[in-house]
Design a protein around this ligand. Structure first.
Ligand code: NAP
Length: 454
């Protein structure tokens, strides 16, 4: 059996990689288990220095890493460069803040001295998706390794080149051997790794079905898990919004990465008073998003990452249209050899349609019209998902009031939902549990140990 990198812009196979046999997996787990003791004995100052060096390596190799990302999953080359830069940034953020986030806390009690100290859990398995193939891994690995954990990565099967490149970045940065390893295994072998007694916790970023599977194995094994799953973020446009600005941000938020972002704006909930105008402006802007070679810096619309994902998106679109949704623009696969889908808008989405209930993981904006602010909030909260959401209004106090009522992990006012190392990131409901980034992210995979001294 083998894993393949396929260029989604052309359909050409780039490279084939062997899948590991049981002996290779067993040796790696044993090696990582030995590395755990060395890494935990390394001072946090030294761990931070290694992470700073990882940022240096990332920047030195920005161009080759960005090309690898674009070739394997199709994102626009400038976006891939920005992703590498963001990874370097998260390494530096935790190298600077990690020691403070993990410092002992002295607590008052009946002891002569009592405190809580933060210690690593051990080996943490990361099961990761292809849509931000570097960033998703670094946002786990930077805090995880600085906290003293060993990281093992099961990356998505369509980005094996990126998976091996990440392992190599830590090697080149001078990390001790086996502190971070990539496992070349398929999804069907993840459960066995979670169950292995040398593995202490698991974090998964991916779809809801994968989340259910990983969480149930972790639950049966009594191991800590963090799940970052799908989303169908609301983008609420109120009648007093700056429409031109909201549309500009809507374009970035929905069509970046060809719509394949968990925190992309997916449901545009627009109050009736300005809905026609909003759709008209959005349609004009969408018509500019023409597909092209993602390696070309002028291209505006990238291919989707795989043909099967493109075909599934098209099924969701045509079934929604059959259920009464209105195609405003696009709504067809591009007539092109790659996995391209036209930048699209579906209007008049109603409960019961696939477009109302499901995540659309591609370049399709879904318009839901609402009578007023109250109904817009109800629609936003009617989703099974609860990752992010945004509200657009010239009245910032009103925006904050709406943001506080949204059932999600991150609510933005007059800004597209984004991740930032300084702010916690994660979801509720079917979008998962646990938090990444900020001090909360580094605290997910540690033992908060109480020390009591008479
Ligand atoms: P996916 O199919 O769930 O794959 C994600 C990872 O899970 C891959 O490494 C995959 O391996 C593995 N996997 C799949 N099924 C599994 C199972 N039953 N047990 C163990 N591992 C399993 O998701 P995707 O299509 O790559 O990514 C898209 C989804 O991820 C969307 O729903 C998106 O919203 C979500 N996402 C969420 C976030 C967030 O931060 N919340 C960020 C990015 C993406 P194989 O590749 O080998 O199948």
């Amino acid at each position: 059996m083998a894993m393949q990198s396929v260029n989604p812009a052309t359909g050409d196979t780039i490279e084939t990689y062997d899948i590991w046999n049981e002996a290779q997996l067993e040796k790696t787990l044993a090696d990582c288990n030995s590395a755990r003791k060395i890494w935990q004995a390394t001072s946090i100052g030294d761990r931070c220095d290694f992470m700073r060096q990882a940022a240096v390596v990332l920047r030195e190799q920005k161009e080759s890493l960005a090309k690898m990302v674009t070739l394997e999953m199709g994102k626009l080359i400038n976006d891939a460069r920005a992703e590498v830069e963001k990874c370097a940034g998260v390494c530096e953020f935790y190298a600077e803040k990690g020691p403070t986030f993990l410092a002992d806390e002295i607590l008052e009690s009946d002891a002569g001295r009592s405190l809580v100290t933060y210690q690593p859990l051990g080996i943490v398995l990361a099961v990761m998706p292809w849509n931000f193939p570097l960033w998703q891994v670094f946002r786990f690995a930077a805090p995880g390794l600085i906290a003293g954990n060993v990281g093992i990565l099961k990356h998505a099967s369509n980005v094996p080149g990126c998976a091996l490149a990440i392992e190599d970045i830590f090697r080149q940065a001078g990390f001790p051997d086996n502190v971070f390893r990539t496992l070349m295994i398929p999804a069907s072998r993840v459960a066995g790794v979670i169950e292995d007694s040398r593995v202490h916790a698991v974090t998964l970023t991916g779809s809801e079905p994968a989340g259910r599977s990983v969480a149930s194995t972790a639950g049966k094994s009594l191991k800590k898990s963090v799940l970052e799953l799908g989303g169908s973020d609301a983008f609420i446009v109120l009648e007093d919004a700056d429409l031109e600005y909201a549309v500009k941000q809507a374009i970035v938020s929905r069509y970046l990465n060809s719509g394949q972002s968990c925190i992309a704006a997916k449901r545009f909930i627009v109050v009736n008073e300005i809905a026609d105008r909003f759709v008209e402006l959005l349609k004009d802007a969408v018509s500019e998003l023409q597909p092209g070679d993602p390696m070309n810096e002028d291209t505006l619309l990238a291919p989707m990452a795989r043909h099967d994902l493109r075909d599934e998106l098209h099924n969701q679109v045509i079934e929604s249209i059959a259920q009464g949704a209105v195609a405003v623009i696009g709504c067809l696969p591009e007539d092109h050899p790659g996995a391209y889908y036209q930048a699209s808008i579906l209007d008049h989405i109603k409960p019961g349609m696939r477009a109302y209930d499901e995540e659309f993981f591609g370049p399709v904006a879904l318009i839901i019209r609402a009578n007023d602010e109250v109904e817009a909030i109800d629609i936003a909260n009617s989703s099974r998902f609860g990752l992010g959401g945004s509200v657009w209004t010239e009245n910032v106090a009103r925006g904050e009031k709406v943001a506080r009522q949204l059932e999600c992990g991150s609510a933005f006012v007059n800004g597209m939902v984004k991740s930032d190392p300084r702010l916690p990131f994660g979801g509720i409901k079917a979008s998962g549990y646990g938090r990444e980034l900020s001090s909360q992210g580094i605290h997910e995979f540690i033992n908060a140990k109480t020390i009591w001294i008479r």
